[in-house]
Design a protein around this ligand. Structure first.
Ligand code: SF4
Length: 336
């Protein structure tokens, strides 16, 4: 399968009609103004030259604020600029993110004039109470009707979700994931809610009205969501924020942030598989064989799973076995 690369063009929240309580895009992205045409061109060209040779699928991705909240003129300017590269280089198409309440037939008609492949909506939650408490300014019903319209127009659909928002809990996040699946999303992103500097949520956090989840709770929570999405064939294209320098040097006030969150989540899934395995042999030394590409996660983040299993065995080794698929594993006794 061709490897996928995005060329991210970050548009800050200048187009947002609302201020979601947790959001300070400038602190997250480090970008505080809209990029000009020349900057976007330079960014695209720099990225194009940095990709490895070989089969790949490249898209220009307008992320950040709400692309379809920009004026139609500005949307056309950015899209025309991107379209030049779609016509003349190996870039396959354009993807963008926006708010559910900024999707309508005229909006999608405009996007259809260009090679827009995927539209990602910040759904965040499909629970109306969570949406209201987070200041999202739209309802779950609006997410679902926007999602249906996007699919009717033939775009690929991304529905992003967050966990741990004000009023959220594990059951609500499972409901959100299942509704995202039922809405026909092709892909999703899962972001644990963080408290970012200069946001309404920071005030709630400081006054004790909002509590963040701890890292381990977020890891187990996201692991459950990831398994559901995997089973339904919904691609999870990101777990957790990818912070800029700016964010990592002061934007984060509190919350379950970790640069290796995805690895921790995948390790957690392997830990559960090992915990549920009924046939561990009575031996002092074993070898666990896992599929290629799964070795690091089976061993665990910071060797956590290996250390966990060492409570049962004196020695344990891990290796890959090309005949194994997905998350199958095989246990061999090395020494009784
Ligand atoms: S809609 Fe998105 S970019 Fe705008 S304030 Fe909310 S989270 Fe931030």
């Amino acid at each position: 399968m061709a490897k996928h690369f995005n060329i991210p063009v970050f548009l800050p929240e200048l187009a947002c009609p609302f201020q979601c309580s947790y959001c300070n895009q400038a602190a997250i992205s480090g970008i505080k103004r809209m990029p000009g045409a020349m900057e976007v061109k330079q960014l695209i060209e720099r990225n194009l030259h940095s990709f490895p040779k070989g089969e790949k699928e490249v898209e220009i991705a307008f992320f950040g604020g709400n692309f379809t909240g920009l004026s139609p003129g500005l949307q056309r300017e950015y899209l025309s600029l991107a379209e030049e590269y779609v016509a003349t280089t190996e870039i396959k198409g354009i993807r963008l993110s926006t708010r559910p309440d900024y999707i309508s037939k005229p909006v999608l008609d405009l996007l259809k004039e260009f090679t827009v492949t995927t539209i990602e909506l910040g759904a965040q939650s499909l629970d109306d109470e969570v949406l209201a408490l987070s200041g999202r300014g739209h309802t779950a019903a609006q997410v679902l009707s926007a999602a249906a319209l996007i699919r009717d127009y033939g775009f690929r659909l991304g529905l992003q979700m967050m966990i741990g928002l004000p009023g959220d809990n594990f059951e609500k996040s499972i409901y959100t994931a299942e509704t995202i699946i039922a809405a026909g999303a092709d892909e999703t992103r899962i972001y644990p809610c963080l408290v970012i500097r200069d946001t309404a949520l920071e005030k709630e956090f400081n006054s004790g009205k909002f509590h963040v989840s701890d890292l381990q709770t977020a890891v187990t929570w996201v692991a459950q969501l990831l398994l559901r999405f995997e089973r339904a064939g919904v691609r999870v294209i990101r777990i957790g924020l990818h912070p800029s320098e700016d964010f990592s040097t002061g934007g984060l006030v509190a919350g379950p942030f970790h640069p290796s969150l995805k690895e921790m989540v995948l390790s957690e899934i392997w830990k559960s598989l090992f915990d549920e395995y009924p046939d561990w042999p009575a031996a002092s030394e074993i070898l666990v064989k896992v599929p290629q590409g799964q070795l690091n996660f089976a061993v665990g983040y910071a060797a956590s799973n290996k250390k966990h299993l060492l409570s049962r065995f004196n020695h344990i080794g891990f290796t890959t076995d090309a005949s194994l698929q997905h998350r199958q594993f095989r246990v061999e006794v090395v020494k009784c």
